[in-house]
Ligand binder design. Structure first.
Ligand code: G3I
Length: 358
């Protein structure tokens, strides 16, 4: 890394520590006694979002409202580095319709308002999912569940119309073997619930791009084959589906080698693709070798996305190891994100930046 870039990043790290919402322009530090910058350095983007924009892609982060409210460093980095945000929990069914017909948008609105002030897109997550589903939904009689589902989609999407550009309409619909997950929607509405959900979503906001999203579908395997067949069939039937989200919750060293091929085959169906929830967990304690493996994994994911023109961008599931779902769910694992718990960029940050050409 050149002196110019090192200085830029050092200055930025200090600004972050101070909680300042100030972006330090590259040119200001390049004259501070350092050797003249090479042309390639002068052109280099200083932030992830600038770098991704040069490639016509977004780089996103899942945000958590508690940290946005309470931590200046969190806000500073979230606004400076990312061009897209996803609410980590705040737009899920338990947050938006905790009781039947009673909608609650305060926490989701906080994310949307932050994004608007930072000039960011918002990816909506998620409308129809078996998890974080309030218990009342499980008590809805079979004959009423389709209209309850459509009503939920309609209300939430209309509330966020014009503010949320893309939605995970259906999340995690498959088992690992490619069979349908036996969610309450699958059991009571049947196979057609997915097509119904997409039709309701298109009617609620005709301008939003509508995605199906899942995990363990990043490589070519039984689960991604099932998703591929479903998307192909829905498109053939004229069901309004615009995109596929690959969550990408990985273990360091285990990014599937067929990732790019898999992105390409979905793109060839005529839909957009996005990496929606990228993180790369490490068996603790982390050391420099593991952090470098992790950085290389982040690089592989960004490069695979960049290799396919319909891959719109990459969202990371959080950005700081201070706030990550991983340690709570996978004991002994953690350090999955691109900033450490003290808001310092890790090798993975530099890998994402340089992969986008920064
Ligand atoms: O809000 C309550 C709080 O009031 C309570 O005190 C606390 C005690 O446990 O729980 C809080 O809720 C937690 C919530 O996150 C908000 O922090 C839930 O227990 C916890 O289960 C929930 O975890 C979320 C998880 O989805 C639930 O399935 C994670 O933050 C979130 O990162 C994770 O995200 C999912 C995606 O939506 C879908 N793909 C997989 C991904 C990772 O699991």
């Amino acid at each position: 890394m050149s002196t110019t870039r090192s200085l830029t990043r050092l200055t930025r790290a200090l600004a972050t520590l101070a909680g300042a919402a100030l972006i330090v322009p590259l040119g200001l530090v390049s004259t501070a006694g350092a050797e003249p910058a090479a042309d390639s350095d002068r052109a280099a983007a200083a932030t992830l979002r600038e770098a991704a924009a040069t490639k016509g892609r977004f780089v996103g982060a899942a945000l958590y409202q508690g940290a946005l409210n309470n931590e200046a460093s969190y806000r500073t980095i979230a606004g400076r580095e990312f061009s897209s945000v996803t609410a980590e929990n705040e737009m899920k069914w338990d947050a938006t319709e905790p009781n039947r017909g009673q909608f609650s948008y305060g926490r989701g609105d906080a994310i949307v308002n932050f994004a608007a002030s930072a000039g960011q897109q918002v990816h909506g997550h998620t409308l129809v999912w078996h998890s974080q589903l309030p218990s009342w939904v499980n008590g809805v009689p079979a004959g009423e569940l389709r209209s309850v589902m459509n009503n939920h989609i309609t209300n939430v999407m209309q509330h966020y119309r014009g503010k949320v550009q893309t939605w995970d309409v259906v999340n995690e619909a498959f088992n690992e073997d490619g069979s349908r997950r036996q969610s309450v929607f699958q059991q009571r509405i049947g196979n057609g619930y997915i097509a119904d959900a997409f039709r309701a979503a298109r009617a609620a906001d005709p301008n939003a791009k509508l995605y199906i999203n899942d995990y363990n579908v990043e490589g070519v395997n039984a689960k991604s084959n099932a998703m591929y067949n479903l998307v192909r069939d829905l498109r053939a039937q004229g069901v309004p589906i615009d995109g596929v989200g690959l969550q990408a919750h990985f273990i360091a060293g285990q990014v599937p080698s067929s990732l790019q091929q898999n992105i390409q085959r979905f793109a060839d169906l005529g839909v957009d693709v996005r990496i929606t929830e990228l993180d790369v967990r490490i068996q603790l304690p982390a050391d420099s070798g593991k952090l470098n493996t992790q950085a290389n994994d982040y690089r592989k994911v960004v490069q695979a996305c960049l290799a396919v023109s319909r891959c719109r961008g990459v969202t990371i599931w959080g950005f700081t190891d201070k706030h990550s779902w991983v340690p709570g769910v996978f004991p002994g694992y953690g350090a999955a994100l691109i900033y450490d718990a003290n808001y310092q960029p890790k090798p993975a940050y530099n890998a994402v930046l340089s992969s986008f050409g920064g």
